[in-house]
Design a protein around this ligand. Structure first.
Ligand SMILES: Nc1nc2c(ncn2[C@@H]2O[C@H](COP(=O)(O)OP(=O)(O)OP(=O)(O)O)[C@@H](O)[C@H]2O)c(=O)[nH]1
Ligand SMILES: [Mg+2]
Length: 293
């Protein structure tokens, strides 16, 4: 039996969560076209024959403007310690950005094996891939460089095979039927936040937090009350939408996905409330679960 830990790091929006979902074969982390989608570390467990691989999806490295942003960047940095191999996920561009330079500097000091994963190769011509490989090979002696498309699942088997090389003789750390460490309430809240991320623009989605305030289960129905917190009164109106239409759309899409996850009929009630400036308020951040303790 082999096992080990793999952390998935990179700049925001590089496709880390899409990749972890592809590797696990199940959606455990939400994905969106907006930056700063993932806010905390999420563990995903992959059981292969005689091998258990434990992935950690992390918030993307970005220029933090709030305390929440600082917390998110720190989560990514911390995740790199004590892993068997790091996957540095990059966008297919031939310049090494600030986020990548920072992560490469950490890899150099930590001395952990690292695989460079060039994602989104479906968006560039093949010739460009070599250019990117050469550029990064000059920066750091990666143990492997693998081009993939997480969205199209292109290159995933090759990447899995490479990762297995870093797994060591050891126990199964988690039961076979466990795919993630995310509590069910958190998964539900994240599903709702994902729908909001896709529907909202500019600063509004970044100031959203979700609380599952009530969860009642009967034999054939799951009743969920969720509160959508936003940062400003003007944002509340945007979230609700004209005649409540946006909120209704978010509610329907979230309910359908939660029904699939829970394999049960769901009744979902959404409320919208304001928590002014919560992303810079330590107490509110702690209340929303953004703290180590
Ligand atoms: N074309 C293309 N798009 C991709 C690919 N992988 C991810 N994306 C898109 O890139 C965007 C960001 O994906 P995420 O998986 O949320 O990125 P992330 O790195 O987890 O982002 P953060 O959580 O903000 O750090 C989404 O719109 C994805 O659909 C890919 O292989 N090809
Ligand atoms: Mg993510």
């Amino acid at each position: 039996m082999k096992s080990g830990f793999v952390s998935v790091v990179g700049r925001t929006n590089a496709g880390k969560s899409t990749l972890v979902n592809s590797l696990i074969g199940e959606k455990i982390a939400i994905v969106s076209n907006k930056p700063q989608t993932t806010r905390y570390r999420i563990m995903g467990v992959l059981n292969e024959k005689e091998c258990q691989i434990v992935f950690t999806d992390t918030p993307g490295i970005h220029k933090a403007k709030t305390r929440l942003g600082d917390y998110m960047n720190a989560q990514a940095a911390d995740a790199m310690a004590d892993t068997d191999v790091v996957l540095l996920v990059i966008e297919p561009v031939a310049n090494v950005g600030h986020a990548e330079q920072k992560l490469i500097a950490s890899l150099k000091t930590m001395g952990i094996p690292a695989i460079l994963v060039i994602n989104k190769i479906d968006t560039i011509p093949k010739e460009k891939i070599l250019e990117i490989i050469q550029m990064y090979a000059k920066e750091f002696d990666f143990d492997a460089i693998i081009p993939i498309s997480a969205r199209k699942r292109d290159g995933i088997p090759v990447l899995k095979e490479e990762i297995q090389k870093y797994m060591q003789e050891g126990p199964m750390f988690f039961p076979e039927d466990m795919v993630t460490d995310s509590p069910i309430r958190q998964r539900m809240a994240e599903i709702i936040r994902e729908k909001l991320l896709w529907s909202l623009e500019k600063e509004v989605p970044h100031g959203i937090a979700i609380e599952i305030s009530q969860l009642k289960e009967t034999s054939n129905l799951l009743v969920i009350h969720a509160i959508i917190y936003c940062e400003k009164a003007s944002h509340k109106g945007i979230v609700i939408g004209k005649n409540g239409e946006l909120l209704k759309k978010i509610g329907t899409a979230s309910r359908q996905e939660i029904e699939k996850l829970m394999e049960k009929k769901v009744h979902l009630d959404l409320w919208v409330k304001i928590k002014e400036g919560w992303r810079d308020n330590n107490t509110l951040l702690r209340n929303f679960g953004f703290s180590e303790h």
